[in-house]
Design a protein around this ligand. Structure first.
Ligand SMILES: CC(C)(COP(=O)(O)OP(=O)(O)OC[C@H]1O[C@@H](n2cnc3c(N)ncnc32)[C@H](O)[C@@H]1OP(=O)(O)O)[C@@H](O)C(=O)NCCC(=O)NCCS
Length: 226
């Protein structure tokens, strides 16, 4: 698996024209743009990296990911038009550490001019769809630092639910921050039943399931596998 299958779809802006988004495997030479992007102080303030990454480190990351069976990694790119299947890299996303039908998600939009245009929200939809349609996952987990409102809202919007708080785990801006712990449960009947088994789903997950179903419905209509 290693790298996710390429997908194409449009962003969901509140205003303005939708953008052509492509999630695809990295191309030769893109280590430079990714390492520079994720090393920006404004970008990695709330990521687990919180450090600079060199081209060599990113090259090693791509090479080790190519051999991994339990993850799916994508470059997020913006296409010039509908016919563009490559686009300009502006971020990365992944499902990592897949085990027992469950993985962890991450997303970084490193072109800060592209923040607030609905790109992460659309990419989360595509990633959930991939987890449902290609990986058959029961669930996806994530953590978000309390001050990272954009990431928190984007995850809640596609049907993640908050499972708890991890106290005082992320240090930035001279302070320790708590993390929200979140889980997206696959809303498909069989995966949902498999996840909850004999346990009654908490109400917040029943509410989140409606959003997760809407996410998959949108994805079925809007996502093209390349
Ligand atoms: C966090 C991040 C992924 C959000 O991406 P994005 O494409 O800007 O997000 P979206 O445009 O889809 O916005 C999602 C929601 O958050 C809101 N939002 C976005 N940025 C926000 C901000 N800085 N403050 C408050 N709300 C914000 C949007 O209005 C939208 O709200 P809605 O769901 O009510 O419409 C992006 O800012 C980023 O990559 N940051 C650096 C890396 C990072 O923190 N990654 C996540 C680690 S958990």
């Amino acid at each position: 698996m290693a790298f996710g299958v390429a997908m194409k779809f449009n962003s969901l802006p509140k205003e303005g024209e939708p953008l052509n988004i492509i999630m695809r495997p990295p191309l030769e030479g893109e280590e430079a743009i990714v390492s520079a992007g994720i090393s920006k102080g404004k970008v990695n303030e709330f990521t687990n990296t919180n450090r600079s990454v060199t081209i060599e480190m990113e090259h090693e990351f791509f090479a080790s990911h190519a051999k991994e069976a339990n993850s799916a990694f994508w470059i997020i790119a913006i296409g010039n038009d509908d016919a563009d299947d490559i686009g300009r890299p502006i971020g990365v996303s992944s499902i990592d550490g897949i085990k027992d039908g469950r993985g962890g998600s991450g997303c970084i939009i490193f072109d800060t001019d592209m923040w607030g245009k609905g790109i992460a929200s659309a990419c989360h939809r595509a990633r959930c769809f991939y987890a449902y349609s290609r990986l058959g996952l029961r669930a996806i987990d994530s953590t978000v630092a309390y001050p990272n409102t954009g990431s928190y809202k984007a995850l809640l919007g596609v049907g993640y639910a908050v499972t708890g708080t991890l106290y005082s785990l992320h240090f930035t801006g001279g302070k320790w921050h708590h993390l929200h712990s979140l889980t997206w449960v696959n809303p498909d009947k069989y995966k949902w039943d498999e996840f909850w088994c004999d346990n009654k789903p908490p109400k917040k997950f029943v509410v989140a399931r409606k959003k997760a179903k809407a996410t998959l419905e949108w994805a079925k209509q809007n996502i093209t596998f390349l």
